[in-house]
Design a protein around this ligand. Structure first.
Ligand SMILES: [Ca+2]
Ligand SMILES: [Ca+2]
Length: 493
């Protein structure tokens, strides 16, 4: 019996799922993946068809377990890096020319998608084929083609329906610029496909889809219209305002009256680029923090991007909205003392970026993609992550509405509406990551919502960047709020 690290035992407790090592696959019961097996050459692993699948991914803490074989071994950036849990350039497999990597899953899994990410994936498309099999005789092609060339995130490729497999093979053939292969991570699973809808909204319609009297909606826990001339909300606790490096957030007369915002006052968000200090915040946070586990909320806000509002601005990244859990995270871990001593899980030891798509943070967000001048709704609870892009509409008031069911079950969903039209959605997914302390009732990890401009700047080429917000509200669906109340005219197709 292979010794499982403590965190793995915690995984068993929290999920209640069996992780027996002697589960047998349906078709080849002759190699039941006992982890202590060794290949003919003496390496620990499973030998199938004369190939030694090493146990690199077995016993991992982060949910993607597989034995692995590849066309080469070793090196500074070895093939097993594609299942180390990190979709990051510094945990890539680097090789050249035609190469292959194959995963042997420890048990049969029903999958409908396989994903792969590449270093430099946003610079050029990579060429590859993904196949899957239950017996290494009959292979199903999951994808044969090129990556988008637009992203370093995991791009998923879907089958029409799920199939049972225990082998996933990726054949790499360089990229459209050279012969190098830089796969960062391979993932697989059976999740509903997030959907992004094309937008054809160029002119503001009348805003009658939206309930113009938010105070009449049940379950309002935060409403800020700024009509009182100050930044404080009409409903809910005072916001946290973070204004760094000369930034400001102030209620001002509405400079852009239009049919979707006829109100007198709005919140002006002014961010001052700071190329030398790396990043700055000009953020307005709804308060208080909201409990998450198995809770449904509707978030609404109006946003005005002035024409060419980012022209000439040099940015690494920019976020306009973040749904944050705090203060639990990889870089902001609570101390062990924050949790009961009899907790079955040592939360302070968990590296949360294993459980968050792309790691490096604990947020869902609406982020600006400088290379494509798009906005991306990033929902980042592994394994059901989604990155759904749309083009920001400038020079008009836009109404965003996000309905979310925050849960670690497979029943989660989100629906993002823009000006009454469905913009992005996913159903039957996890929206809270594994080991989220909120799942265990620890309210130090409840969520708050930040709106504004949080950006990393590479120069001071602009004196400032401005945008405007209004009608920021949060409704608790457990207190009676419904999408039909908030947005009677919202249509989902
Ligand atoms: Ca990796
Ligand atoms: Ca207003």
């Amino acid at each position: 019996m292979r010794f499982l690290p403590a965190l793995c035992c915690a995984a068993l407790i929290i999920s209640g799922c069996s992780k027996s090592s002697d589960e047998e696959s349906a078709s080849d019961s002759d190699d039941s993946q006992q982890p202590q097996q060794t290949c003919t050459n003496g390496d620990p692993g499973v030998e199938v068809d004369g190939i030694c699948f090493r146990e690199y991914g077995i016993g991992s803490d982060f949910g993607y377990e597989a034995f692995l074989a590849a066309s080469v071994t070793g090196g500074d950036n070895p093939p097993e890096n594609v299942i180390d849990g990190y979709s990051a350039w510094d945990s890539r497999w680097e090789s050249s020319g035609s190469q292959w990597v194959e995963l042997r899953l420890p048990k049969m899994e029903s999958i409908n998608r396989v994903g792969i990410s590449f270093m430099k994936g946003d610079e050029y498309p990579f060429v590859f084929t993904i196949t899957a099999s239950v017996d290494r005789r009959n292979w199903v092609t999951v994808y044969d083609g090129q990556s988008s060339g637009a992203s370093t995130h995991v791009e998923y490729f879907y089958l029409d329906s799920a199939i049972d497999v225990n082998h996933i093979r990726v054949e790499l053939n360089g990229n459209t610029a050279n012969s190098m292969n830089y796969p960062q991570e391979i993932r697989w699973g059976n999740q509903s496909r997030p959907v992004s809808y094309p937008q054809n909204q160029t002119v503001s319609d009348a805003c009658d889809f939206y309930n113009s009297d938010p105070t009449a909606i049940l379950g309002a826990i935060f409403i800020a219209t700024f009509e009182n001339g100050i930044s404080s909300p009409e409903v809910g606790d005072s916001p946290l305002i973070t204004a760094e490096g000369g930034a400001s957030l102030e209620a001002v007369d509405n400079p852009f009256l239009d049919s979707c915002n006829k109100s007198n006052a709005v919140l002006a968000v002014v961010s001052v680029p700071d190329g030398s200090n790396f990043k700055t915040r000009a953020e307005y946070h709804s308060a208080p923090r909201m409990p998450l586990n198995d809770r449904k909320y509707i978030y609404t806000w109006k946003q005005y991007f002035p024409q060419n509002f980012l022209e000439g601005a040099d940015i690494n990244w920019m976020s306009f909205s973040q749904w944050k859990t705090w203060p639990c995270g990889w870089y902001d871990s609570p101390s062990a003392g924050d949790y009961p001593s009899d907790s079955p899980i040592n939360y302070s030891a968990i590296q949360y970026d294993h459980y968050i798509c792309e790691g490096a943070g604990i947020f869902n967000q609406l982020a600006y993609i400088p290379s494509r001048q798009t906005l991306s709704l990033d929902m980042r609870a592994r394994p059901d992550c989604a990155y759904l892009e749309h083009t920001p509409i400038e020079a008009q008031w836009n109404t965003y509405i996000l309905e979310v069911y925050w849960t670690n079950s497979d029943e989660g969903y989100f629906k993002l509406f823009l000006n009454g039209q469905i913009l992005a959605m996913a159903e039957n997914i996890k929206t809270l990551y594994d080991f989220h302390p909120g799942l265990m009732g620890y309210d130090t990890c409840d969520m708050y919502w930040g709106l504004g401009i949080y950006a990393s700047w590479t120069s001071n080429s602009r004196n400032d960047v401005k945008m405007y917000l209004d009608d920021i509200a949060v409704y608790d669906m457990d207190l009676g709020a419904t999408l039909a109340q908030v947005c009677p005219g919202c249509v989902t197709d």
